[in-house]
Design a protein around this ligand. Structure first.
Ligand SMILES: Cc1ncc(COP(=O)(O)O)c(C=O)c1O
Length: 355
């Protein structure tokens, strides 16, 4: 605390990211990173950069990256916004599109950065509870709002809803923007990007993606949003009032090559899905109850063992998962899907802990 802090800084409750421990020999299943490396083509593109060029500013527009994203998703380049991780993209979305007179709506159990942005930007939020099965019910989002945002699949639950339901929500919510955070879409969820193609592009839908999960580039910090060109223009205005060069040269080069290597994404996501199915079965056998997941993580609890205790017992064995001390979910563990070997280590440790 300092008397030099601005009034807003005094009121902030910053987001606490999952731990990035420095311990060696660790089974790290706490921040939904990919257990497989990024596309070798992305690494080669980064290594192939002329480091002497680092004295020069990068392309402030990220034009080549926007082009690659537009091509992959069947969009125009003016429908794409890029940023330094999807967290930065989301920050601009809150400041530029969701700060309205009416409150923004999002679920009670969701990505915990959303309320943090609301505090930072002075945005009123209306929290909409998930139902008793931890599902988002779009019918609960009918009240007047200055925007709606949720991840699909939702985090940390892993549950998703079909595109048709989101389309119906977008159509009946014409006067404000619906933001779908698709950070984990590549593990079996229907993307809403098709609703943005061609003449039928929904003008009040924005879809946010990251290269941190299925493209295994969390350390490069690249995210993007796609939507109607007018929404993208609003985000560009915010970005150019904040930091005009959010993506460095290495990040842009690596991201273009990663976006172009869809085959790598599909192969690694398929492996994650296989491991997820097997892990859920193994946890079932140990008496865990796991929510259905279309993400690269699962949300699981044991009826007889407290979440906090399980978290600590795993940690003592060098296995790090995520535990949230929040109402409704404190008995759950959020477990990132790792390799089969990591999964087996987790299951072996849990067997020992429960015995
Ligand atoms: C739902 C959701 N959205 C966005 C992000 C931010 O991802 P990044 O800033 O790495 O792109 C995360 C990260 O965990 C997330 O869980």
């Amino acid at each position: 605390m300092s008397r030099f802090w601005s009034p807003v800084v005094q009121t902030l409750t910053p987001y606490v990211p999952g731990e990035q421990p420095q311990m060696q020999r660790l089974v790290k299943l706490n921040t939904n990173e990919s257990p497989y490396g990024p596309s070798p083509k992305a690494l080669a593109a980064i290594e192939g950069q002329n480091t002497a060029d680092l004295r020069l500013y990068p392309d402030p527009e990220g034009a080549a990256l926007k082009q690659a994203i537009a091509k992959l998703h069947g969009l125009d380049a003016n429908q794409v916004f890029v940023g330094n991780g999807s967290d930065e993209v989301l920050a601009h979305v809150f400041a530029g599109l969701l700060k309205q007179n009416k409150p923004v709506h999002f679920p009670d159990i969701t990505y915990s950065f959303y309320p943090v942005y609301c505090k930072l930007f002075g945005i009123n939020a209306q929290i909409v509870p998930l139902n008793e099965n931890f599902e988002i019910k779009t019918a609960d989002y009918q009240t007047p709002n200055g925007g709606i945002i949720f991840p699909n699949p939702n985090a940390p639950t892993g549950r998703s809803i079909p595109r048709s339901e989101i389309e119906a929500l977008v159509l009946r919510n014409k006067d404000s923007v619906v933001v779908i955070d698709e950070a984990y879409v590549d593990y079996g969820t229907e993307s809403c990007i098709p609703l943005l193609r061609g003449a039928n592009c929904q003008e009040n839908l924005l879809v946010v993606h990251t290269l941190s999960k299925s493209r295994a580039l969390a350390g490069l910090r690249v995210g993007f949003a796609v939507g109607h060109p007018a929404l993208i223009e609003g985000l560009e205005r915010v970005k150019n009032s904040f930091n005009s060069y959010p993506l460095g040269r290495l990040a842009q080069a690596g991201a273009v090559a990663a976006i172009e290597d869809q085959a790598h994404l599909e192969a690694t996501s398929a492996k994650v899905i296989q491991t997820r199915t097997k892990l859920i079965e193994q946890l079932d056998a140990l008496g865990f109850a796991t929510l259905p997941s279309t993400a690269n993580f699962i949300f699981s609890r044991h009826p007889k063992h407290a979440g906090a205790k399980l978290y600590q017992a795993l940690r003592d064995r060098g296995i790090i998962v995520r535990h949230f001390k929040s109402p409704r979910i404190e008995e759950f563990l959020r477990i990132t899907i790792g390799t089969d070997e990591q999964s087996n280590e987790l299951v072996a440790a849990l067997k020992e802990i429960l015995s």
